[in-house]
Design a protein around this ligand. Structure first.
Ligand code: MG
Length: 164
């Protein structure tokens, strides 16, 4: 590997089971819904996928290794804290985000009315412009776990550039 190349790409995915609830936590936004994601932390699949994309870009250990689901300290934890910790590592090593592009697979609730609020929230968490964040939502077309409303699935790529 040529470590002097000034760009790095990362890829992160996450899936969480859905259960009964009153809000779905996604991208740091609580979306009113009749479902909630189930997990050890606040189960924010979008923040987890972004965190893994950032870590993966620098070939760092993934979110599960950084923040064990066996650790009681991570129970119910705000996933924005995971993202911030990963981002701090990236920046401390001299890297910045060029852009992110994420796809959320979710049967319901419909995300279209919430995408802009999520982008704004992500931009705030990462101190970048909303124009640097691509965010799309797709349904599961009634097929498999996503389509049956049993899961939320997120894929995210991140491009980093050397900043120092
Ligand atoms: Mg997760």
């Amino acid at each position: 590997m040529n470590a002097s190349v000034p760009f790095r790409v990362g890829f992160g995915t996450d899936r969480h089971r859905l259960g009964n609830g009153v809000a779905l936590q996604l991208g740091g936004v609580a979306i009113p819904a009749d479902v909630a994601a189930i997990g050890h932390s606040d189960a924010d699949a979008l923040l987890h996928a972004i965190t893994d994309a950032l870590l993966g870009a620098l070939a760092l250990p993934d979110i599960g290794q950084m923040f064990s689901d066996q650790d009681p300290a991570n129970r119910g934890r705000d996933s924005a804290e995971f993202l911030s910790a990963a981002y701090d590592k990236i920046r401390a090593d001299g890297w910045a985000i060029a852009n992110l592009d994420a796809v959320v697979h979710l049967q319901r609730p419909k995300l279209a009315p919430h995408l802009e609020a999520i982008r704004q929230r992500l931009a705030g968490l990462l101190a970048i412009e909303p124009q640097q964040i691509g965010l799309k939502a797709k349904t599961g077309e009634g097929l498999d776990a996503v389509g049956l409303g049993q899961a939320v699935d997120v894929h995210c790529v991140a491009l980093l550039y050397r900043n120092t």
